[in-house]
Design a binder for this molecule. Sequence first.
Ligand SMILES: [Zn+2]
Length: 142
Amino acid sequence: MIMTKIGETEKELLDASLRAMKNAYALWGFKVGAAVFAEDGQIYEGCNVESWVSGLGTCAERCAINHAVLHGNRKIKEIAVVMDADSGAEPRPCGACLQYVSDFAVNSKVKVVMAQADKDKIMFGTVNIKTLEELFPFAYKK
Ligand SMILES: [Zn+2]
């Protein structure tokens, strides 16, 4: 098991993501929570919201970014995503969310903090931190 050293911001983002994950509306997928550290210094969280119509719902990451935008932010400095360990999925943003993060990131060095959660606890042994450019080196830009 690789232990990643995490700072106070990462811990706060993971805790906010975990709280948001509890409100996820998962019909056929699994619960995901996310949180962004925005330009105003606040944390905005989001959860996935699914629909019975495939593709109509939204991911937790985009929900969190929309939440930040709603409060007047256009730039995010860091993002965390937490997935329920029962899902068996390796926590990471999907391709659509990586593009969305790229659209709103202050730069390509923005940290993406990923972890699994077991019930109401972050599993710190699963924390993985990458930069946006490591995960998504060729973002679409007009
Ligand atoms: Zn996504």
